[in-house]
Write a protein of this length. Sequence first.
Length: 259
Amino acid sequence: MSETSFDWQNTPAAVWRRHRAGLRAIRRLDSISWDDLTGISQQKEALARNTERFLNLQPSNNVLLWGSRGTGKSSLIKALLNRYHEQGLRIIEVDKDDLVNLPEIVDDICDLPFRFLIFCDDLSFDVGESGYKALKSILEGSLELPPENVRVYATSNRRHLMPEFMSDNLKSEMRDGELHPAEAIEEQVSLADRFGLQLSFYPFTQDTYLQAVDALFPEVTDREQLHIEAVRFATSKGVRNGRSAQQFYRQFAGDPRFS
């Protein structure tokens, strides 16, 4: 099935499959809702504002959500789709290794009456990889401007998407009192700079983590015991974040102590 014959009217999201060189509808969408996500209110507000501008045919940015693992970056994109798909939002998930196919994917959707997000999850590039070149052309265009009905939303643990080495900093120079970054640093920053909106995510404080736990256990009356177990669980994993809260819920939901 080609993208032009794809049933976007009844398909809110699809994933690119390289071996079939085409899209496959995502059959089982995560049902996470906007209100399920706690502790990231500022990021939610900024992302919603940008997405609503995009849906309303107003100027909007490509978005990079970067930062600590398990803090809700990918979940925020899933919740975004559930919140706005009835307003014409559609998402195409493209793996980093398939970015070379981006121009063909975009060519087939640029004239459709929907607003598309190209979603790249856990995006980063190693030295010598060239897939970012296709991404650059979609972000800002080349001879041809990028389509107005397509934006790129990406998540990454790296702020600049590319590896940063101490040796690169050592190659920077001072000229006439100004710092001139080395070419390698310029290359690293230039890709991330094409994302006009960059949202940062940091490890949860204990209070934020416990708020996320409370939201998952709304009926529990013994909050003190719940919090003791939740902190113990996060300590055993060595991290406090939304993912830990979800994993705690999956392990302890239905536990008689919290019923």
